[in-house]
Design a protein around this ligand. Structure first.
Ligand code: ADP
Length: 462
């Protein structure tokens, strides 16, 4: 085989060697020349012996036989795991050797390029301060970096191939894996040191593979805890003197001979009550935030039809007759959760609809099942909320119209409380609104906390 046509020289990185521009006709010219020489030779010999046709046929048979022999040798060579340069053939079979070697080299380049990429990824993942764990479709550990040992106590030699929920044992993490909703990370104490708070996030990639990234968030967690404790204790400290002030103001208001100071006392009482509501909501929010991981003991089956009946009565008692109220409740669906919290969230949304829409507006409250669980929705055809405010409505003290909120006794904490309560129930609050058309506040609950009462025994939906 002509060496100039052999694949030569090592490739660096993966820059696939372009298929060399060989003269495509050359192998065929060689092959045809060889065939012509043999056939013409045999035909001439046949002519000399007086058997032209026999000479021609013999020439063709010999050519075919030689071609089969060369192809047989090629197939034998091609079957080997590693192909080595082969010399001694010409024509189209030489071309086949050449192309096979070229494909092999290209394949090797690709493999070594991929190996380099994997090595680089592993080196960078190893250097990360966060734990990186690769999980397969059965949630078994495929690979992990050094930080995985420090943060969650995993070891490559011992734990590769093990199911991750057997290695990181925490109910929150288990639920995260089962629910397969990896939009947001979760936080829980490290299984090897409960003073270390870790944040775990799963990122699905490739074909059913998952990247589990775990970060030490102890500092942020402690600061957040300090903030919550500060708010809770100051709110608590303010509540007692405020109760005394309100008590005195109420006694003053009931006194005779106030000499025209009635409006002043009434205004002071109004402001003191507003402060009391803000403190009450701040305490509730602080309690909800601190109770994140201690909810099991406060949960029970909640009859949602009853809850909605109560909030309807409360709304009617506070003047809801100015609006057109419609209720659509599927009484066969219930929830497993904290009744006080659910009552507070559902009532908050209805009270908001009553407070932020003018009289005669239509408000629809619905409770029904949907493909992922159950849904509570308060929909109104009021003035609506501009798009730019929607993402910020659940922030503490964020109001679209501050004066309207104050006028109607709002604290600016209502939706933050609802959002927190929804998190407690593994659900989410979705707000949809359009100026001039109205608003829709939707509480979506996952199937795990939803119960149907169609049968004598309550059973999970989904
Ligand atoms: P607030 O105590 O001020 O009502 P919330 O957190 O409950 O606080 O609500 C935040 C803001 O969202 C309100 O100030 C109001 O501007 C707006 N909002 C809430 N519900 C509605 C609604 N149904 N229609 C229009 N605006 C609303």
């Amino acid at each position: 085989m002509a060496s100039s046509r052999l694949y030569a020289g090592p490739a660096t990185g993966f820059h696939p060697e372009p298929e060399p521009q060989t003269n495509m006709n050359r192998p065929w010219t060689e092959e045809l020349t060889r065939t012509a020489i043999i056939v013409v030779g045999f035909t001439a010999a046949g002519a000399l012996l007086g058997h032209v046709l026999a000479g021609l046929i013999t020439g063709l048979v010999v050519t075919l036989f030689m071609l089969y022999q060369r192809l047989y040798r090629f197939i034998q060579w091609f079957d080997k795991d590693h192909l080595e340069e082969q010399s001694g053939d010409t024509g189209i079979v030489e071309d086949l050797y050449y192309r096979a070697l070229y494909l092999q080299k290209r394949q090797q380049d690709k493999v070594s390029h991929l190996e380099k990429v994997i090595r680089r990824f592993q080196e960078s993942a190893r250097a990360l301060p966060d734990a990186v764990i690769i999980l397969n479709e059965r949630n078994e550990v495929e690979w992990l970096n050094k930080a995985a040992k420090k943060l969650v106590g995993l070891k490559k030699t011992r734990d590769a191939g093990q199911i991750i929920s057997n290695l990181i044992r925490h109910p929150e993490f288990n639920r995260y894996l089962i629910r397969k909703d990896f939009k947001a990370p979760i936080e829980f104490p490290s299984p090897i040191d409960n003073t270390t708070q870790i944040r775990a996030r799963i990122v699905p990639y490739g074909r059913h593979l998952k990247l589990l990234v775990i970060r030490d968030v102890t500092k942020i967690h402690n600061m957040e805890k300090m903030r919550q404790e500060f708010i809770a204790s100051t709110s608590h400290e303010l509540r007692t003197p405020l109760t005394v002030i309100i008590g005195y103001l109420e006694s003053l208001r009931d006194m005779k001979n106030l000499e025209g100071n009635e409006p002043v006392i009434e205004a002071m009482l109004g402001q003191a009550r507003r402060m009391e509501s803000i403190i009450r909501d701040m305490l509730l929010l602080a309690r909800l935030e601190s109770l994140k991981n201690h909810r099991a003991n406060t949960r029970k089956t909640i009859n949602i039809e009853n809850v909605i009946k109560q909030i309807r009565q409360e709304a009617e008692a506070t003047g809801a007759w100015t609006h057109q109220l419609e209720f659509d409740v599927d009484s066969s669906i219930n929830l497993y959760g904290n009744e006080t919290e659910i009552h507070s969230a559902f009532s908050n949304l209805l009270q908001n609809a009553l407070r932020y829409t003018p009289a005669k507006c239509h408000i629809k409250v619905s409770w029904k099942g949907y493909d992922k669980g159950a849904q509570y929705c308060v929909e109104d055809n009021g003035p609506g909320i501009a798009k730019k405010h929607l993402a910020r409505l659940t922030e503490r003290f964020y109001r679209v119209d501050v004066s309207r909120s104050r006028e109607t006794g709002g604290t600016g904490l209502g939706l933050a409380i609802v959002e927190q309560i929804m998190k407690h129930h593994d659900g989410e609050l979705i707000i949809e609104s359009e100026i001039g058309k109205g608003s829709r506040f939707i509480c979506n609950f996952p199937a795990e906390v939803v119960l149907t009462s169609g049968s004598p025994h309550l059973k999970l939906i989904g």
